[in-house]
Design a protein around this ligand. Structure first.
Ligand code: FAD
Length: 376
């Protein structure tokens, strides 16, 4: 008899793990709590305009296996992602300056603060140092650039001082560019599908049995044990274990509005993603997905990304690693409720700050493990 696998969650991780195991001959069922697939990466439409209710999602990867996999599901339209940041050089600066993100030394040389910035850059250590986010980033770009680009953005985004945050995610997220490379990412492959990512994830799931509107928690452990030979969980573990508050999360709310445009290609903000670090506005960035889709339609959707919503978007990686430890403990507690093997994968269940390509790589790894441990 075919071995049966239950997969909790139909985001990238659940979808890819389910597809690979189906292809390998397992009888797989995906159980998804909402009425749609795609998880956080999902796009929606407003008056026909594609926008992203969970924030801007640009697919980029350097992983050949991941690239091949997404290509085979139709994700092939190239896109070179460039981000702008609006900075105010002083409190009485009326107009913000639109600069590249990450900051580019060549552009910074045009600013009146450059002599100070240059002095600070000249006295930096050869390698950035520091355990907390602020110390690390100041040692990477100096105090003036940190204050202009990072300090208030980070305080808004995380709702706590940057000194309490771990330096671990800084190298992945913050950079000072000296080589003139303008794209945000350096990965070999970057894509943006014309209608958002949904149809790619739907293609992945096209041969898989999916049950929507099915919220699964630890209370279903016995039932899952009867229905399946193993379970892969991609849900947040505090949610799955029904102990909200056990883990800290940071969420966003995209305040999205439709605006008509005279020109079908018309857009209203300077870039797909424009960072707004200033405390003059409560949001952290504006997102206008039409820049990336290139849709020809009489309108656009502009979203303001408001931090601090009670949703599970970002794990909070504090300098002391406490949340990651609690997540590992929750994983053990959950596994104890089951008589069948339980696997955890993806951004929520493993409490990691990972991108879509890393979620897919995670799914590939867990599918491989399940196949090796259970046989086809
Ligand atoms: C604001 C923001 C911006 C991002 N930008 C980018 C970007 O530009 N590029 C990039 O590559 N990545 C980006 N990411 C990361 C990307 O969203 C994730 O890496 C990816 O979506 C992870 O997929 P996943 O399947 O692990 O999790 P999710 O997409 O969160 O999927 C989990 C699924 O499980 C379901 N679920 C949860 N609990 C239960 C339950 N109890 N029972 C049943 N189902 C359940 C959920 O409804 C969801 O469908 C961003 C993330 C955020 C939050």
């Amino acid at each position: 008899m075919r071995r049966r696998i239950g997969v909790v969650g139909a985001g990238w991780t659940g979808a890819v793990a389910a597809r690979l195991l189906t292809d390998a001959g397992f009888a797989v069922e995906v159980l998804e709590k909402t009425s749609v697939v795609g998880g956080h990466s999902r796009a929606e439409t407003m008056n026909g305009v594609v926008y992203e209710p969970n924030g801007a999602h640009i697919f980029h990867t350097d992983n050949e296996a991941v690239n091949e996999f997404v290509n085979s599901h139709g994700l092939t339209r190239p896109y070179d992602h460039k981000v702008l940041t609006e900075v105010f050089l002083s409190p009485d600066d009326d107009e913000g300056h639109l600069l590249s993100w990450p900051p580019q030394v060549e552009e910074l040389k045009e600013l009146p603060v450059w002599p100070t910035v240059e002095r600070e850059l000249d006295s930096l250590p050869t390698q950035p140092t520091g355990d907390n986010f602020e110390d690390f980033v100041v040692s990477m770009m100096g105090r003036t650039l940190y204050d202009l680009f990072i300090r208030d953005y980070t305080a808004k985004q995380w709702g706590r001082p940057a000194t309490e945050l771990s330096a671990r995610f800084a190298p992945k997220r913050v950079e000072l560019r000296r080589d003139g490379h303008r794209g945000l990412f350096r990965d070999r492959w970057q894509y943006f599908p014309p209608n958002g990512i949904n149809e790619v994830i739907e293609s992945v799931l096209s041969t898989v049995s999916v049950t929507l509107d099915s919220e699964i928690t630890v209370d279903y452990a016995d039932r899952l044990g009867q229905d399946y030979d193993a379970v892969i969980i991609t849900a947040a573990l505090d949610d799955f274990a029904r102990c909200p508050g056990e883990l800290e999360w940071r969420g966003i709310e995209m305040r999205s509005r439709f605006e008509p445009t005279d020109d079908p290609g018309g857009v209203l903000t300077p870039a797909y993603v424009t960072n707004r670090p200033s405390t003059r506005v409560p949001y952290t960035r504006t997102v206008e997905t039409k820049h990336a889709t290139g849709q020809q339609i009489g309108g656009t959707v502009v979203s303001e990304e408001m931090p601090g919503a009670p949703r599970r978007h970002y794990p909070v990686l504090t300098a002391d690693g406490a949340n990651e430890r609690r997540n590992a403990e929750l994983g053990k507690k959950i596994a104890d409720h089951f008589d069948i093997p339980v696997y955890f994968a993806g951004r929520l269940a493993t409490y990691r700050y990972i991108n879509q390509d890393e979620a897919i790589a995670d799914a590939m790894a867990v599918a491989h493990r399940v196949a090796a441990e259970l046989g086809g």
